[in-house]
Structures are given as C-alpha cells and as structure tokens.
Design a protein around this ligand. Structure first.
Ligand code: FES
Length: 163
C-alpha cells in the first residue's frame, strides 16, 4: 500500500468524522429550537392559593400576560352559576379585559367599571350596563384544595364555562 492511499484513507475518515460531529450538533440545535423555552413552559400555568382571600376585595394576578380578577364574594353578593364554590366560599374568577374593546375594568365597591366607554360588570363578572356584549371571560383553571391552577381545564371550569 502506498503512502498516497494511506493519506487518502486518512482524509476520508477525517471528513466522515467532521461530517458526523456536525450532523449530530445540527440535530441537537434543531431539537433545542423546537422545544418550548423554559420560560414559556413556566408561563403556561399559574397557581393561586385562595385560602387567604379577603371577602369583597378582588385581587389581580397575571396569567399569560392577562390580568385575572379573583373575588371572594361576600354574603350580600348575588350567587351565580359562574361562581367557583370551595366549601362555603364562593369566588368569581374572570379575565380582567372588558369584552367590549379590551380595556381593564376597575373595581368600584360592588362591581367592575370600565373607564373606556362606561361598561359595567357585576360581582359575578356579568355585563350589566353599557356596550360590553357579554360577561367577562372565565380563564381555564383547575382546583386542588384551595389552590387554583390557571391554564389547566378542570371539571369546575368546564361546568362554569357552560353556565
Ligand atoms: S372597552 Fe370597556 S366599555 Fe368599551
């Protein structure tokens, strides 16, 4: 065997090795591109513990960039098929974007009022005045004890969404 043939073999093996390493690196890079970013995965679900909610004072949490209003109802507030019932407590859980043109309504003692065009929603999130065409939307959620997991469709959500 001549030196020339050995050199050609060596070059062939070297090229094959470089091509294999490059191919493997490309596959790893492609998989990383397809996989959702950790921040996207983490943003999908938001857990909120309702145990310490104060009756009559809604709180706002952010889920997937949207404000979510959570209100523990007082005895005086009307009951609704849209209520989440946990034990003897009733909660309103709605996306805080006006169903007219998407402004964020503000809580005024017993209802949410939208400053943009005067729309009003009662404590259940139902439109009662002005241009909003429908109640505030209910975000998908599931319930684990006193904790709700926003972004997960549990049976309670499915029932409320039909009410
Ligand atoms: S956006 Fe709320 S009433 Fe128009």
């Amino acid at each position: 065997m001549s030196d020339n043939v050995k050199r050609r073999d060596f070059l062939g093996y070297s090229f094959a090795t470089v091509a294999a390493v490059g191919g493997a690196a490309s596959l790893v890079a492609m998989k990383q591109t397809w996989d959702p970013l950790p921040s996207v995965l983490a943003a999908g679900f938001t857990e909120v513990d309702l145990a310490n909610a104060k009756p009559g004072t809604p709180s706002t949490v952010t889920w997937r960039g949207k404000p979510i209003f959570i209100l523990k109802k007082t005895e005086a507030m009307e009951q609704s098929g849209r209520d989440l019932v946990i034990g003897s407590d009733r909660f309103t859980i709605v996306i805080g974007l006006c169903t007219h043109l998407g402004c964020i309504p503000a809580w005024k003692e017993t209802m949410w009022k939208c400053a943009c065009h005067g729309g009003e929603f009662n404590a259940s999130g139902v439109n009662t005045f002005g241009p909003p065409p429908r109640p505030l939307d209910i975000p998908p959620f599931s319930v684990k004890g006193t904790v709700i997991v926003l972004g997960e469709e549990g049976p309670e959500y499915k029932q409320m969404a039909q009410a």
